[in-house]
Design a protein around this ligand. Structure first.
Ligand code: AMP
Ligand code: ZN
Length: 470
């Protein structure tokens, strides 16, 4: 298995530190809003990396954090008159719902920054003891960037070139820094903000220290893979390396993986350009599997453009795979063929193994999901040509298993959902009305969500509840 390592800028053979086991850390979102479709890219991409590794028999310990204390969360809390805890808890729950819709497996551990403050204080103390950090007069603790010899090795930046461009890493409280390159590990509290006690001042951690600490706690000092979007290479991941390697005295992560950005209609997604979409908004228009399939149609290191046309194309392509799956299912349900496979079918099965091999070769080559999907389409074509009512059950079962396994590695659910009959819909609507009358709003909301998942839209009107299929 080859992985493109940002650290060396080359594809390298993947060798885990402990044979058979993978320790993987993926930087998670800051939870102040619903996740946007850009955030969904690393989730889907690295979930697919994990799934492929598990398919190969590796035991993956997958850690992904939620940043639940941050300026943006505090701002949101102030705006809505609640607390940052309330805001982050709500959006963590919403993010988990989106992940489930997109068939992104829950991480082995999803640590929260606010649950790991003690570890952060420990690591900052170690850095101060070792001379890599210092407390400024106002209580801010800074990392002494120049002291870390390898600084710039991930982003391939020369520390002396950074001086002029230090705006990139400028942070609050700059006046007290020894050097403009130094970055914050701990910052003093401000009025109305959440804070924790520390040996330096009441305050809260800087963002970079979170990931160094959570990775150490759940995966150890040395890990196999650290991943995230390419915007995190500098300064976030560069700073994580400086912190972890200075504190632990060991190489932090062997492989660094970064996904390229998702753009909208060839422009950077931004609220001010009015081209900002949450996953939730997109899932109102498309099946979540279409979004997942769309993301995997590009290599994770290539920029990906999102547009309505491309989503339509993804929808139609995915439908071809789903139709092949349905054909296999229907044949098995009809049960017309003989029980056991013939010699001819045995040969066909051998032929189908070529597509599995192509799929694996693509995935072994730095997770080239675009080529892996092309191999799945070759298998679909093979099914369309070679599978019919005369085939034995054993043959159809084995082909179906192959298609299901490859789809599952990509995290694609390819079974067409059973459509609800009109009578079922009306019965559910009646049950929802009854639940509302009985003030059982939880059940009423649950029914609305069930119907929504099946593409049924409810409209409450004066004449009663109307419904339509999306
Ligand atoms: P954030 O909440 O901004 O820290 O982002 C969470 C994750 O989403 C990080 O790995 C980011 O690199 C990634 N990310 C943010 N925007 C995009 C985008 N437009 N395309 C791809 N990845 C993104
Ligand atoms: Zn991180």
């Amino acid at each position: 298995m080859q992985i493109f390592n940002t650290l060396t800028r080359s594809k390298e053979d993947f060798k885990p530190i402990e044979p058979g086991k993978v320790r993987m850390y993926v930087c998670g979102p800051t939870v102040y809003n619903f996740i946007h479709i850009g955030n969904a890219r690393p989730m889907i991409v690295f979930d697919t990396v994990r799934r492929y590794m598990e398919y190969k028999g590796l035991d993956v310990n997958y850690v992904s954090n939620f940043t639940d204390v941050d300026d943006k969360i505090i701002k949101e809390a102030i705006e809505e008159g609640s607390t940052s805890e309330e805001v982050s808890q709500r959006f963590i729950a919403e993010c988990k719902k989106d992940m489930a819709s997109l068939n992104v497996k829950p991480a082995t551990t999803h640590p929260l920054a606010t649950g790991e403050i003690d570890g952060m204080i420990d690591m900052i103390s170690t850095l101060i003891e070792k001379g890599y950090a210092y407390r400024a007069e106002d209580g801010t603790v800074y990392y002494r960037t120049r002291k870390f010899e390898g600084y710039g090795k991930l982003s391939h930046k020369n520390i002396d070139d950074l001086e002029g461009g230090h705006r990139d890493i400028k942070v609050t409280g700059d006046d007290n820094k020894e050097d403009p390159l130094d970055f914050v590990l701990w910052k003093p509290k401000k009025e109305g903000e959440p804070f924790w006690e520390s040996p330096w001042c009441d305050g809260r951690p800087g963002w970079h220290i979170e990931c160094s600490v959570m990775s150490k706690k759940y995966l150890g000092d040395e890990i196999d893979i650290h991943a995230g979007g390419e915007d995190l290479i500098f300064p976030h991941h560069e700073n994580e390396i400086a912190q972890s390697e200075a504190a632990n005295g060991k190489q932090f992560s062997r492989y660094w993986m970064h996904n390229a950005f998702l753009n909208i209609d060839n422009k950077k997604m931004s609220k001010s350009l009015g081209n900002f979409f949450t996953v939730r908004e997109i899932l109102e228009k498309y099946d979540p599997m279409v979004l997942r399939f769309f993301m995997l149609n590009a290599h994770y290191r290539s920029p990906l453009n999102f547009s309505a046309d491309l989503m339509e194309a993804a929808k139609n392509s995915l439908l071809r795979i789903m139709t092949a799956e349905e054909k296999l299912k229907d044949l098995l349900a009809a049960g017309n063929g003989a029980e056991t496979k013939t010699a001819d079918e045995e040969n066909l099965l051998k032929e189908s193994e070529n597509y599995v091999k192509k799929f694996e070769d693509a995935m072994e080559d730095d997770f080239n999901t675009a080529d892996a999907i092309a191999a799945v389409f070759e298998l679909v074509k093979f099914i369309n040509v070679n599978v019919n009512e005369e085939r034995s059950k054993e043959f159809v079962t084995e082909i179906k298993k192959t298609l299901d396994t490859l789809s599952d590695v990509l995290g694609l659910k390819i079974e067409k959902e059973e459509e609800l009959l009109d009578s079922d819909i009306e019965a559910l609507i009646q049950e929802r009305q009854d639940a509302r009358k009985n003030k059982d709003f939880a059940r009423a909301d649950e029914i609305r969500d069930i119907l929504k998942d099946k593409g049924i839209i409810l409209e409450d009107s004066r004449e009663g509840v109307k419904w339509k299929r999306a």
